[in-house]
Every structure is written in structure tokens, then in C-alpha cells.
Design a protein around this ligand. Structure first.
Ligand code: NAG
Ligand code: NAG
Ligand code: NAG
Ligand code: NAG
Ligand code: NAG
Ligand code: NAG
Ligand code: NAG
Ligand code: CU
Length: 586
């Protein structure tokens, strides 16, 4: 690896095959194997978390991956079901890079029976030098048609923990997602990188059938707010098959097994918590252990200690956990679905063990009281006063423009359940991606409001106030930026900004039910950037707008011809197959 890096310095570019990452055996989802940094040394040079953000180094190293997307069956909790998989794995393979490397992923769409388009999104990366590589169909690209391939290539422009997922309909809720780690300068020392800890609410039905209920004309709560049946840590948990109808028990094996994490006494462990679920807010805790939070999404923060971490869908929290001064014993790691979701089995557990002799033994530990309390009462992120970015950035105190967007829910003219933003429910046009239209000079859609594009022209920064009078809570995600989270709360905004010199920054923030979220964006990245609820069922139901940023500069982006070729390929597919766009498309 080191050789490759040195070679890259001299050769300008060097491809490192990453299809089977050697440090991370395929068993990592059963028994976590620590992740070691990719390279000895520090390709980010003298950059530290104090002086760098957001200027990545250019290492010249290419991390190349080959992803084949197909249908398959898995039984992560003992219940066998059909899913969509990357390279046959659930969750998908780990993407790993150093800050400043180029990640290159060739995606082969082999989804058949029935065929579907697809597109992958690299959650949280800025794409400042490749705004067309963000992976949202109908926004930056046409879907990759069945039988087609597409190579994503983009800079690992931030460092920390994240994930990738399909942005085509609710495919990711049907299995198409995986973790992504980008190594970079650290703020707090630790000894062992435990790697990704993916938390996912889980369903036994396929995503399309769930959407038929969500998007249907029957406003029954059980259809529009589907109930998850289980909760997984790194793709595993037990399920009690006896709760199923007899038809289903044939596909089910109880006690499928749970994830196991080896801790070392006295050592500091880094855990990369990722909520990659479809809907639920997760509350995470480890019995008997405190956690030190060091980053929210891709943003390092001034560390604080806690016993419970809250993560809305799409959010990541990096924590350091000090190993106890014990030689043996095992403890329960838990992630529970907060009380604001509908679920049959809210509790995911895993084992933290100190000695190989305790690996199989059921822990006798009990949850922190703070955990039990949080699960029952909390559907919001930790207070903004606690989450202070390590590297301070001050947003424009009087941004030149402010938009207020109110979230609503109701039935559209044909009686389908939809979410709205300022009364409009988004629907993507897979054939005319907003960024590509803009590149051609077209930023207006006179025939239908459902494009939901907010054109911010040449404004240098913009504030967006999101009101959520009805609820439920929505984890709002912005692409292409770490948004400033200026205020969040219940009721309506009183005009004050929390810590105006250095507000919280991240790429997903929960707007509470009956509350508001104030975010600000510095217009440093011309592009078409989705701003949407990350709950799979809600973005499907139209809870989505596009922030169109500096269209005059989009006209000058060097968008490669492969983008229009993909649109021609998609059009050719649509010529032979009727695409059943059941939802907003995203
Ligand atoms: C956890 O933190 C609490 C409060 O700061 C402290 O009293 C306790 O000793 C800590 N426990 C461990 C195991 O570190
Ligand atoms: C899930 O865990 C919570 C908190 O520990 C507990 O109160 C609840 O009873 C558990 N629920 C089930 C269904 O096991
Ligand atoms: C780096 O930033 C942190 C947090 O803002 C601060 O505590 C620390 O003193 C800084 N270190 C240096 C070397 O400036
Ligand atoms: C209502 O929403 C559904 C689902 O997105 C869509 O198929 C239908 O065309 C919409 N109806 C109208 C009248 O817009
Ligand atoms: C821009 O694209 C939209 C969506 O296809 C279309 O309705 C509109 O006519 C186009 N405008 C121009 C000026 O071509
Ligand atoms: C700034 O954004 C607003 C929309 O919020 C838009 O109406 C206005 O034209 C923009 N100003 C400039 C100078 O582009
Ligand atoms: C779609 O089919 C029509 C009619 O056969 C043909 O003229 C057109 O070129 C096809 N378009 C694509 C993109 O293949
Ligand atoms: Cu939502």
C-alpha cells in the first residue's frame, strides 16, 4: 500500500484494486474486524482538523471498485426474503479511501425479473469537482438502465464515516446500501478502529410492495406509515419466527445470530455509527460504557461524553469508547427504534466481548437508565449547544435571501397519499435531469410545478426555514454541502441563531414534529442539490425540493458526454419497457 502511494506521487495516478479489501474480511458483518488505516503515513501532509476544512489534498490514488447489482435472497434475521444486492452482499461491500483519493465505482445494473433502473449516491460527499456524480436520478443523471454500466468517479473530499445507497425509488430500503470510510486527520486519539456499525430498521416485505401501500389511495395508517418488523446491527439480529403466520414460518429460522464486537481492556475504540435504515430514528448505547462523540456526519466536533446517541436516517456519529479495565465479560450493545416509529420489534442488540471465551455468552448487563428514558421520549437530535464543530466556520449573518418551506401531507388529485413542500409534491422526470437541463440553459419548467426547483440564482448564501407543523419528525438531508444548522426546535423560529460564530454543520438534521429547522448554505458549489427527508417512504411520497445553486456557473461545468449517453441508453430502455414509476422516483 505504501509503495502504491509513493508510486502515485511520482506517476500522478495509480489504481489500487479495492474489490476485496484485505483488511476487512467478508465476515466483518458477523464478527467485527478492526479497520486499519489504508496507508502508513499521512497522505494529507500537514493538514489537520484545525487548519484544513474544506481543502482536501490530491493524493492521485484511485480506489477502484466494481459493483454488480442483482436480485438475491438473504436471511439476516433468519427470515428469507428477496432483496437487491451489491456483489451479493448485505449490507454492500465497504468503500474505503484516504482523504483526497479518487473513488471510482463501476456499477453494472443486472437487475432483472422485473428489470429496474438504478443509480448510487455517495452520501455526504460534496462533489465540488464532479457535481454530476452525485447519483440522483432525474436530478443529476438518468438512471443506469438494466444491462447497462456506469462509472462514478469522484474525490473523497471530506473524511470520516458515511455510506452509499441507491437513490432510485426506495431501492436502498430493499438492500442496496453499504458503508464508506474515508480516513483523514484525527482530532482525538484512539487505538482500535472497530469500523462501521450500521443500524437499520428492517422489513420482511420488498420495497415495492411497501410503496404500493405508502403511495396508495387507502389512507390507513398501517399502509402509509409501514411498520418495521425488526432492527439490525451490521445486518444481523434474531427474530422470533413464532410471531409469524404459518405461511411465513416456513421461511424463518429463529436465533439467526447477532453481531459481535471484540473490545480490548483499557484501549480506546472508534465506532462509526451509521443509520442506514428506511424510516426509524435509532437510539444507540453500550451497557456499562460511556461514549465520547467526536463527529457528526462528516464534521468533527468538540468531543462530549454521553451514554446514548440519537441518529435519524442518514446520520452518522463517530464515537470513542474506552475499554473497561476487565479481562473478561460481555456487554450488550443496543440500538432501539425511538418511540415515534411504528415497529413490531424495536430492539437490536449485539455483543461486546473482552475475551474469546465470552464471545458466545449472553451478556448479563443492563441498559443505562438514560437509554431507556431516551427511547421512550426522544425523537430529536442532541441539542445544538452540545454539537460544536471543531473547525469553526462563520456563516454570513445576514444572508441575501431566505426561503420558508412548509411540509404538508395529504392526498393529491387522484387520491394518492403524498407529502408536500409548500403544497407541491415532487415527482422526478427520469429523462430530463435538472442539472443537465440547467447545463443546456433551461432552468424553468412551465408545464408543471412538481419539479420543485428553488432557483437561488447567484446569491452568495441562502437561508432556508423548514416548518413542520403536522409531523412526524423528518431527518432532512442536503446534498453537496455541510449545511449550517442555525436553529431547530418546537413551534416557530424566534430569529435567534445558536452559536452564530460557529453553528453546527452536518448533512442531515431532524426537524421535530410541530417544529422548525433553520439551515444556511454558502453557495460555494454550483449544482442541482436535493434537499429532502431521508425517510425512504417520505421522499418517495414527494418530500423533496432541489436547491439550484448558481446556474450561470452550472453552464460552465465540464459535464462529460457519458451523462447524455446514459440518458440515451435509458430512453432506449424505456422504448421497450414501460417503467412503473410508483413514487416520486427517489
Ligand atoms: C460514565 O460517565 C459517568 C458520568 O460522567 C461517570 O460517573 C462514570 O464513572 C462513567 N463510567 C464509565 C464506565 O466510564
Ligand atoms: C426494547 O428495549 C426497551 C429498552 O430497553 C424495553 O423497555 C422494551 O421492553 C424492549 N421491547 C421489546 C419488545 O423487547
Ligand atoms: C485545534 O482545535 C481544537 C478545538 O477547536 C483546540 O482545542 C486545539 O487547541 C487546537 N489545536 C491547535 C494546535 O491549535
Ligand atoms: C398522485 O401521486 C401518484 C404517486 O406519485 C401519481 O402516480 C399520480 O399521478 C398523482 N396524481 C396526480 C393527479 O398528480
Ligand atoms: C425546459 O424543460 C422543461 C421540462 O422539460 C420544458 O417543459 C420547457 O419547455 C423547457 N424550456 C425551454 C425554454 O426549452
Ligand atoms: C436569490 O434567490 C432568490 C430566491 O430565494 C431569487 O429570487 C433571487 O433572484 C436570487 N438573487 C440573485 C441575485 O440571483
Ligand atoms: C425509440 O423508438 C422509436 C420508434 O421505434 C425510434 O425512432 C427511437 O429512435 C427510439 N429511441 C431510442 C432512444 O432508442
Ligand atoms: Cu420524513
Amino acid at each position: 500500500m505504501r509503495l502504491n502511494y509513493l508510486a502515485a506521487l511520482f506517476l500522478g495516478s495509480f489504481v489500487v484494486a479495492q474489490n476485496d479489501y484485505p483488511n476487512l474480511p467478508t465476515s466483518f458483518l458477523q464478527t467485527s474486524s478492526p479497520v486499519t488505516p489504508l496507508l502508513q503515513g499521512f497522505p494529507w501532509g500537514t493538514r489537520t482538523a484545525n487548519n484544513t476544512n474544506p481543502y482536501p489534498p490530491a493524493t492521485g490514488v484511485i480506489r477502484a471498485y466494481d459493483f454488480t447489482i442483482k436480485r438475491g435472497t438473504v436471511a439476516p434475521d433468519g427470515y428469507t426474503r428477496d432483496v437487491l444486492l451489491v456483489n451479493g452482499k448485505f449490507p454492500g461491500p465497504l468503500i474505503e479511501a484516504n482523504w483526497g483519493d479518487t473513488i471510482q465505482v463501476t456499477v453494472h445494473n443486472e437487475i432483472s425479473g422485473p428489470a429496474e433502473g438504478t443509480a448510487l449516491h455517495w452520501h455526504g460527499l460534496l462533489q465540488k469537482t464532479s457535481q454530476w456524480m452525485d447519483g440522483v436520478p432525474g436530478v443529476q443523471q438518468c438512471p443506469i438502465p438494466p444491462g447497462g454500466s456506469f462509472t462514478y468517479s469522484f474525490l473523497a473530499d471530506l473524511y470520516g464515516s458515511s455510506w452509499y445507497h441507491s437513490h432510485y425509488s426506495a431501492q436502498y430500503a430493499g438492500g442496496l446500501f453499504g458503508p464508506m470510510i474515508i480516513h483523514g486527520p484525527s482530532t482525538v486519539n484512539y487505538d482500535i478502529d472497530i469500523g462501521p456499525v450500521m443500524l437499520t430498521d428492517y422489513y420482511h416485505k420488498d420495497y415495492f410492495s411497501i410503496l404500493e401501500g405508502v403511495m396508495g389511495t387507502n389512507p390507513d395508517l398501517s399502509l402509509i406509515a409501514p411498520q418495521s418488523v425488526n432492527n439490525l446491527i451490521n445486518g444481523r439480529n434474531n427474530f422470533d419466527c413464532s410471531t409469524l403466520t404459518s405461511d411465513d414460518t416456513a421461511h424463518c429460522v429463529s436465533n439467526a445470530g447477532i453481531s459481535k464486537f471484540k473490545f480490548t481492556a483499557g484501549k480506546k475504540h472508534r465506532l462509526r455509527l451509521i443509520n442506514a435504515g428506511a424510516e426509524a430514528i435509532q437510539m444507540f448505547s453500550i451497557d456499562g460504557h460511556n461514549m465520547t462523540v467526536i463527529a457528526n456526519d462528516f464534521v468533527p466536533i468538540i468531543p462530549y461524553q454521553t451514554q446514548v446517541v440519537t441518529l435519524g436516517v442518514g446520520q452518522r456519529t463517530d464515537v470513542i469508547v474506552q475499554g473497561l479495565p476487565v479481562k473478561q465479560g460481555s456487554y450488550t450493545m443496543r440500538s432501539s427504534i425511538a418511540d415515534c416509529s411504528r415497529t413490531i420489534q424495536p430492539n437490536a442488540t449485539a455483543i461486546v466481548y473482552y475475551s474469546i471465551f465470552n464471545k458466545e455468552s449472553k451478556p448479563k448487563s443492563t441498559p443505562w437508565p438514560a437509554f431507556t428514558e431516551a427511547v421512550a421520549n426522544n425523537c430529536a437530535n442532541d441539542p445544538l449547544t452540545e454539537t460544536q464543530p471543531w473547525f469553526p466556520i462563520t456563516p454570513d449573518p445576514s444572508p441575501p435571501t431566505t426561503e420558508t418551506i412548509t411540509i404538508g401531507f395529504g392526498q393529491n388529485a387522484s387520491g394518492n397519499s403524498v407529502f408536500t413542500m409548500n403544497t407541491v409534491s415532487f415527482r422526478a422526470n427520469y429523462n430530463e435531469p435538472i442539472l443537465l437541463l440547467s447545463k443546456l440553459g433551461n432552468n424553468s419548467y412551465p408545464d408543471s410545478p412538481e419539479w420543485n426547483v428553488y432557483n437561488f440564482g447567484s446569491n452568495s448564501s441562502m437561508r432556508i426555514i423548514i416548518n413542520n407543523p403536522g409531523g412526524p419528525a423528518h431527518p432532512m438531508h442536503l446534498h453537496g454541502h455541510n449545511m449550517f444548522v442555525e436553529s431547530v426546535g418546537l413551534g416557530s423560529w424566534d430569529g435567534t441563531v445558536v452559536r452564530p460564530a460557529n453553528p453546527q454543520r452536518r448533512d442531515v438534521q431532524i426537524v421535530p414534529a410541530g417544529g422548525y429547522l433553520v439551515l444556511q448554505i454558502t453557495a460555494d458549489n454550483p449544482g442541482a442539490w436535493p434537499l429532502h427527508c431521508h425517510i425512504a417512504w417520505h421522499v418517495s411520497a414527494g418530500l423533496y425540493v432541489t436547491v439550484l445553486e448558481r446556474p450561470a456557473d452550472i453552464a460552465n461545468l465540464p459535464i462529460p458526454s457519458i451523462m447524455s449517453q446514459t440518458c440515451r441508453d435509458w430512453a432506449a430502455f424505456e422504448n421497450t419497457t414501460v417503467v412503473d414509476q410508483i413514487d416520486s422516483g427517489l
